[in-house]
Structure formats: structure tokens, C-alpha cells
Ligand binder design. Structure first.
Ligand code: SF4
Length: 160
């Protein structure tokens, strides 16, 4: 079973009420069979629209460990909501025997390997979002939607 960030499937759950539909992800999960879609930020009790939010003082791993926070540009602290959403997503993953998660790149919840640096300037740092960090800690393999798209482009020789 594969867990997927809901916004990648066209669900309008992003902070601004839009989605991040990725046809490469749709094709990938259709090929593989069953999947479960989640939006950790909604599961954590946040609404649409919301934020935007970024992790300040570390990455998702540090948020999980209690050493960093998730804030809006005006200082609204939503660390607890992000942690709650991550825990609920992990529970869903466990209940469904998820081994692989396809997550939205750069999100403070779902980002895999790279996230925004907390300054709301578009700069990136190495690290996972909060939910991604918790899923990784539990041994679930993570891949971002951008990696899926890149693999597809390589397969069709559209990039070298
Ligand atoms: Fe929800 Fe994750 Fe998509 Fe953000 S990136 S809208 S938390 S599914």
C-alpha cells in the first residue's frame, strides 16, 4: 500500500485552497495498485485557507524531537497541529501497512530531503517536513513527487 499527499491527486487542500495535481504520481499509483491519500495539515486540525507556514530552528526531525517550531510569517505557532497531523498520518500508514509514501516536495509537512528554511524567502535547506520525518523514523520509504516526475522524464529520454 502506498500513502500519497492528497494535494498531489488534485484535492484542494493546500494552504491557499488549491492543489498540486501531478499526473506522473497519478500514473505511478495507478500502475502500483492500492493507495491511501492524506493531508497531514488538515488531519492536524488546520483549515483552508491557512498559513503559509515554515519550520523555524531546524527541520521536521527537530520538530518531532521538540527542538524546532512551525510558524507563520506573523509568528502564529502551529507546531502542535503539525505534530498531531503527523501522528494521525503515521497511524493511517500503520493501519494500512504502508511501505512507501509519495509526498509533496518542499512542504513543511510532506517535504522529502529539502524544505524551506523558515525565512519565507524561498531558500531551501536539507531535511524533511514534520510528517515525512515521522514516517521516515518508522522505516517507511519516502519519495517526493518531483523525483517521480524526474524518473519519468529520464525513462522517456526527455532529460539526460
Ligand atoms: Fe496537505 Fe501535505 Fe499537500 Fe500540504 S503538502 S496540502 S500537508 S498533503
Amino acid at each position: 500500500m502506498i500513502l500519497v499527499s492528497a494535494c498531489l491527486l488534485g484535492v484542494d487542500c493546500k494552504y491557499n485552497g488549491s492543489n498540486s495535481l501531478n499526473k506522473d504520481v497519478l500514473e505511478f499509483i495507478t500502475d502500483k495498485g492500492s493507495f491511501v491519500a492524506c493531508c497531514p495539515e488538515l488531519l492536524g486540525g488546520l483549515s483552508i485557507p491557512r498559513g503559509p507556514y515554515e519550520i523555524t530552528g531546524g527541520t521536521g526531525k527537530e520538530v518531532v524531537e521538540g527542538d524546532a517550531k512551525v510558524l507563520s510569517p506573523t509568528g502564529e505557532d502551529v507546531t502542535q497541529e503539525f505534530l498531531e497531523g503527523a501522528r494521525k498520518t503515521l497511524n493511517i500508514a500503520k493501519q494500512n501497512g504502508v511501505k512507501l509514501a509519495i509526498l509533496k516536495a518542499r512542504s513543511p509537512s510532506c517535504g522529502v530531503n529539502r524544505i524551506y528554511d523558515g525565512t519565507f524567502s524561498g531558500m531551501l535547506i536539507k531535511g524533511d517536513g514534520v510528517t515525512a520525518a515521522l514516517l521516515r523514523e518508522e522505516g517507511i520509504e519516502l519519495i517526493s513527487d518531483e523525483e517521480i516526475t524526474e524518473r519519468n522524464l529520464r525513462k522517456t529520454n526527455r532529460i539526460w
